[in-house]
Design a protein around this ligand. Sequence first.
Ligand SMILES: *[C@@H]1O[C@H](CO)[C@@H](O)[C@H](O)[C@H]1NC(C)=O
Ligand SMILES: *[C@@H]1O[C@H](CO)[C@@H](O)[C@H](O)[C@H]1NC(C)=O
Ligand SMILES: *[C@@H]1O[C@H](CO)[C@@H](O)[C@H](O)[C@H]1NC(C)=O
Length: 856
Amino acid sequence: MMRHLSDSLFLPLIVIQLLGTVTSQVNPGVCRYALGMSSRQISDEDISASSQWSESTAARYGRLDGEEGDGAWCPEITGEPDHLKEFLQIDLRSLHFITLVGTQGRHAGGMGNEFAQMYKIKYSRDGSRWISWRNRQGKQVIEGNRNTYDIALRDMQPPIIARLVRFMPVIDHSMNVCMRVELYGCEWLDGLVSYNAPAGQQMNLPAYPVYLNDSVYDGAVIYSMTEGLGQLTDGVCGEDDFTLSHVHNGWPGYDYVGWNNDSFPGGSVEIMFEFDRIRNFTSMKVHCNNMFSRHVKAFQQVVCHFRSDSDWETTPLAFSPVEDEKNPSARFITVKLANHMASAIKCQFYFADAWMLFSEITFQSDTAMYNTTPPSTPKPEDDPTHKVDDSNTRILIGCLVAIIFILVAIIVIILWRQVWQKMLEKASRRILDDELTASLSIQSETFSYNHTSNRPGTAGEQESNSTYERIFPLGPDYQEPSRLICKLPEFPQNSEEPASAASAASKSTTQTVVQDGAPHYAEADIVNLQGVTGGNTYAIPAVTMDLLSGKDVVVEEFPRKLLTFKEKLGEGQFGEVHLCEAEGMQEFINEDYLFDVPEGQPVLVAVKMLRSDANKNARNDFLKEIKIMSRLKDPNIIRLLAVCIYSDPLCMITEYMENGDLNQFLSRHEPEGQLALLSNASTVSFGDLCYMATQIASGMKYLSSLNFVHRDLATRNCLVGKNYTIKIADFGMSRNLYSGDYYRIQGRAVLPIRWMSWESILLGKFTTASDVWAYAVTLWEILNFCKEQPYSQLTDEQVIENTGEFFRDQKRQIYLPQPVLCPDSLYKIMLNCWRRNAKERPSFQELHRALLDLQP
Ligand SMILES: *[C@@H]1O[C@H](CO)[C@@H](O)[C@H](O)[C@H]1NC(C)=O
Ligand SMILES: *[C@@H]1O[C@H](CO)[C@@H](O)[C@H](O)[C@H]1NC(C)=O
Ligand SMILES: *[C@@H]1O[C@H](CO)[C@@H](O)[C@H](O)[C@H]1NC(C)=O
């Protein structure tokens, strides 16, 4: 195996070693070093922003992979969002060549839920003129993040040459957007700030036109190009045949800027170059096309003038390259600049034929050289006294040392992976078990009810701090954070390839897995590990076995054929909820559970089904949900009756109540009184309303005693049985009927914002205290007979703005109004539930007691 490895691995390595020296011009494929947001090489003072939401989300927290403060930079968004007003600015202190940018949202250990789906970039070389970056197709908007944790890397094509860079999130809602960023590139040693030249022209070949304009020039283009940089400094050299292009979708001539002799009576094209400071110039290299068969030739002569302060030097420098009529390949022509000191250079390039085509112009000044190894490592010194033989030996020894070093590293990595993989397996099992044992131990101590709920919540935590995914088991985006941590992206072989960032990311994932040893849950990582050592069993069957063999599992497998479909209750991305009749259910459940239907009659059940094509994550979560639900028992919480997990589709069978959900139930009824008498509608008394509200409080008291957070308490999630009995369920947003109650945040999480506490919306924080908030909204619905949506006069955006007012607490927040039926004492309780400070809100225990007192 070692032999094999050495054959395949080391040849290319040696080549890289030999090539790993200095070059005189920037290579975009290599110039991809992280510029210091993550590593803090960029200091806090050099990171600024248009605004900040709070001190803890200031600009300095906008570092990629940073977890300090509240975990990211978040701008303050007030009133109507001006989608490009906000920016995060990085001052690199000197000109840099930027080839790649990375962005991330606010993860904050699972508490964050903000990220920028789209952004633009502006940059400046001098701090006064700001330029909007556009890609080669002219598009400014860059696709950003899709979640709070993954790093989205984007190639800058064309690259940016700038000292200051601004990330400008495109904000389309008043929802908060947060960012963490990194820039990748290297210092722009050319020091060129702009070149001014006549505009490139069009060559009309018989077959098609060739456009020789500078298509990525970032200055002004009228008759000439001023104050900008463009294709001559983008690091991409043109082909020998100028009609071909490196660039995807580039038109013929894309890589070149070209001029025709006919338009220049003086026989030359003048280009003026301006630099960031006075430099000591050694050379200029001009990449020219020389396809003489098409009347294109490198320049015949160049005459350069230098300006160091305000005056041009009187004696110009002239240089004539040897005319080449034999070799049609494009080439760099080096013009020695003889240590002239200058901050501006003006050169006249004389035509040698009808056309002159340039694709790159680079400058070498002082002792600056681009290095192909990271900037921190010292540059290999050039010692001319050594003999050729000698240097060969040195290279050989160097290679051998490198080979040995790499061999050792590979062995360590392989061993490490095997160990790590075992740890990962164990860790993932332990997570499941811990969660359940925690909930179980509390449960067996305190409660002996024999009922269950279907809350797949978060056991064993006071503050559930995972993101929204768990609210909606059937909803989209149901997956755990992968916590991919991408460090320095490797340089790809072909910098033009759009997939290069992705491949760089996946490469570095493997590295991180090896390095940091923190648990990663993402499927991608596991697959990655399997790929290396093979034969891993992080798979569903293990979980299923665990589930069925568990000592206290009380759910049984139910024969599918005994279910009769009645109606579809809802549908989500991964499955459906059906209302069914189940025959002989009594035999399958515990003796202590009593149905209120006569023996032998079918019972009404809700059947939640996972589509058989659901992905592995969804399946695992579904099984986890079953596991947790099977252990919840309370008279006011919907109970898991049985499951079908021996075959697909996986099903969980829960209770259903004959009167449907509380929202529909109350909508069909009227308060007692004159009006109801006249309209002959069925009525519900205030006492019955209180009775139902008390039961909800009781069920929630039970959940909170187990530290479960419901996250979606509302009348639509309460079921009504005989005699106003209530059980809390959780259908999530699987039912179309209530889709209006949920708000899709930037195409991602779907949230019941009108029921959510301000901190749940703004900070992603779900706790029992936020359930208490939702409970008061549920009370409000009940007292209004669900005739009106909460804050019906506000749009979704305004509801979110209102939570901002709760956050700022300047008495501008709007509360739900007191319902007509609601006594003052009860409204006071509701207002207490909507206190800004979560700690000041009543507990469910207190609420339960208060409601018992209210009952007539
Ligand atoms: C360059 O020419 C192409 C082809 O005509 C045109 O689409 C493009 O807009 C031009 N670019 C500039 C900067 O003038
Ligand atoms: C420019 O650099 C060269 C070589 O490093 C050096 O000999 C020369 O003195 C420098 N010129 C000035 C004006 O510093
Ligand atoms: C360029 O054009 C001028 C006339 O405008 C002509 O005299 C000269 O010979 C041409 N040079 C070349 C190299 O074609």
